[in-house]
Design a protein around this ligand. Structure first.
Ligand SMILES: *Cc1c(COP(=O)(O)O)cnc(C)c1O
Length: 368
């Protein structure tokens, strides 16, 4: 059999070795520019208290899957809060964002169907597409012309019967840029396709109420499936999708990562509901405002993910190490998370970073 030791050796030789290093606390703090804790909610005292309250009311383990007896009032309330924020009829929660994609895509598509994804989409969209058995087509990052060509040729060759799902991210997780959402919506309407929008990094960050890019552009009603996670700006964990009643009913009946997995702890759902309401409150708006002020110190973009592309794995690792010695936690991101030869530092900003820490980081970045 192929040797594991040789495989591990090859990973090391390519500069692609990954190991786990425990952090004292992983939320954003003065010098942690690695977490996705954009609003500082991962350690927010009121959210901690809501989690405790959830434990007191509901206990910890859900003890069964949602369809058996694992659905608590907290899950129902969380899903109602998400649907309300997203302006959809209903929503459904999963144990993670990854599990959400793995549930949705194979539930909607089979081998007679098509899925078209942006080249830089998150691994969960690609993995779920493969699992579904649908024909997977990829368009170059944010390239509307190529997306249009793909839609056109599928409909020309296969007619109106097959389902076509376009899947993309609102805020790209490793580049911090956004998709041309309005144009993608126009295309999906023209070619009678569905759109799955992964707002993992838009949720809590963009839009007046923090619902995401779709809210900011007034397009929520146009998007078939608005997916997200409570693990980033919401400071907890758990994935969700907001959609029409028919989509949600189909997912409850067909999404295997939903059906065959124990319900997330009800206490977590209780805290999730609190986090969603916090995100859309005045306090949430203030945190988004703070976050935008922090972003403006480093860049003129509107999202908190700032890539500093260095090219080789070696350069990215050395730069990350150098920043670490200066006291900053900034991760080096390498293949296969990003394309080969685009290894980079990924700086993520939070509302709880101080102005002085960001200015200090900026100085260090300019010496790399
Ligand atoms: C983090 C992320 C996910 C996965 O969400 P989890 O809740 O962490 O499993 C999905 N899509 C994108 C774009 C992400 O960045």
């Amino acid at each position: 059999m192929r040797s594991i030791d040789q495989e591990l050796k090859a990973i090391r030789q390519q500069g692609l070795w990954r190991k786990l290093s425990p952090q004292p606390r992983c939320g954003a703090d003065a010098h942690n520019f690695a977490s996705n804790d954009y609003l500082g909610l991962a350690q927010h005292p009121a959210l901690t208290e809501a989690f405790h309250e959830g434990l007191k009311i509901h206990g910890h383990g859900a003890a069964a899957s949602r369809l058996v007896c694992g659905t608590s009032a907290a899950h129902v309330q969380l899903e109602a809060a998400i649907a309300d924020l997203k302006s959809t009829k209903r929503a459904l929660t999963f144990s993670s964002g990854y599990a959400t994609a793995m549930g949705i895509i194979p539930a909607l598509l089979d081998k007679n169907d098509f899925i078209i994804v942006d080249k830089l989409s998150h691994a969960c969209l690609i993995d779920a597409a493969k699992l579904s058995g649908a024909t997977l087509r990829v368009f170059p990052h944010n390239h509307l012309g190529k997306l249009e060509n793909l839609l056109e040729s599928i409909r020309a060759k296969h007619g109106s019967e097959p389902r076509i799902l376009i899947a993309t991210e609102s805020v790209f997780s490793m580049d911090g840029d956004v998709c041309p959402l309005r144009e993608i919506v126009d295309l999906k309407n023209r070619f009678d396709a569905w759109l799955l929008l992964d707002e993992a990094h838009g949720f809590g960050v963009l839009g007046a109420n923090g619902a995401g890019l779709a809210e900011e552009l007034g397009l929520q009603s146009q998007i078939d499936l608005q997916m997200g996670t409570l693990s980033k700006a919401a400071g907890l964990s758990g994935g969700f999708v907001a959609a029409s009643s028919s989509f949600i009913d189909l997912l409850i009946n067909r999404a295997r990562s939903f059906i065959y997995s124990t319900a997330p702890p009800p206490a977590l759902a209780h805290a999730g509901c609190f986090a969603v309401n916090l995100i859309r409150s005045t306090k949430g708006q203030q945190l988004r405002h703070r976050l935008q002020q922090n972003i403006a110190l480093l860049t003129d973009q509107k999202t908190p993910i700032i890539p500093h592309i260095l090219g080789s794995n070696k350069k990215a690792l050395a730069a990350s190490e150098k920043l670490s010695q200066a006291g900053f936690l900034v991760p080096a991101i390498r293949f296969p998370t990003v394309p080969r030869n685009t290894a980079r530092l990924r700086i993520s900003l939070s509302a709880v970073h101080s102005e002085s820490a960001i200015i200090d980081l900026k100085k260090h970045l300019s010496t790399l």
